[in-house]
Design a protein around this ligand. Structure first.
Ligand SMILES: [Zn+2]
Length: 87
């Protein structure tokens, strides 16, 4: 069973024209090619999503490093502020 690419009605596999609206239907060869292409696109999207996740991890690691630096700087300043004079 397939579906008309125009009206969406169900029709037998392998028909060349929809019996409801008369629109020419893609051949099995074309459908197979489209399926292969959509599979390739799906893989590409997956790849891109993984790369994005990786980039986000990198950004997070950089932010965390900056936060640690800021924390260390704040501790140093506190130490200097609370150090009694003459030390
Ligand atoms: Zn149709």
């Amino acid at each position: 069973m397939g579906f008309c690419i125009n009206c969406g009605n169900q029709h037998q596999d392998g028909v060349r024209f929809c019996r409801f609206c008369g629109t020419a239907q893609p051949s099995e060869q074309l459908l197979a090619r489209l399926r292969a292409e959509s599979e390739q696109i799906r893989l590409l999207v997956l790849q891109m999503q993984q790369q994005q996740a990786h980039a986000q991890n990198d950004a997070y690691a950089r932010l965390e490093a900056m936060r640690l630096q800021a924390e260390a700087a704040a501790r140093n300043q506190q130490n200097q502020q609370y150090r009694p004079p003459g030390w």
